[in-house]
Ligand binder design. Structure first.
Ligand SMILES: [Zn+2]
Ligand SMILES: [Zn+2]
Length: 137
């Protein structure tokens, strides 16, 4: 990769870089993501484990740990969604696509939890495979 992919939160306190390109990206329509983001779906990109490097603001990052599913990290100052991490392997993360400074290169290739999609926003007819529950279930 020529230049490291960089990103951060809205207030600029948290800054990070990826040392390797993300591997896969997709939209999640689950109820939790709707609540978490205030939107109909969340776009995230899975990273190569260990490829996320925090450049600043580590002390600002807070993590919400639901009883099941992936813990979700955000900036405690501005509330920006940053990433989620695998419950058993914190190095395996999914970065929120909106957190990147530039085009991360990767494009969402699936939609998951569409069974719970928001009634007020039709799922775009973009040809992406749709999974009623988790893509990996
Ligand atoms: Zn912030
Ligand atoms: Zn979700």
């Amino acid at each position: 990769m020529a230049d490291a992919l960089t990103g951060g939160c809205l207030c600029g306190g948290v800054r990070f870089e990826l040392t390797e390109p993300p591997t896969i990206a997709g939209y999640c329509h689950c109820t939790r993501c709707q609540r978490r983001t205030g939107t109909a779906a969340a776009a995230s990109a899975r990273i190569v484990p260990g490829s996320l490097r925090l450049l600043s603001g580590e002390e600002l990052v807070r993590t919400f740990r639901p009883p099941d599913g992936w813990p979700k990290s955000f900036c405690s100052v501005c509330g920006s969604a940053l990433w989620s991490e695998h419950p058993d392997d914190a190095e395996l993360k999914s970065i929120r696509l909106g957190a990147f400074d530039e085009d991360p290169g990767i494009r969402p290739s699936y939609r998951q939890f569409v069974a719970y999609a928001a009634p007020w926003e039709p799922i775009p007819d973009d040809g992406l495979p749709r999974f009623p529950e988790s893509r990996t279930a």
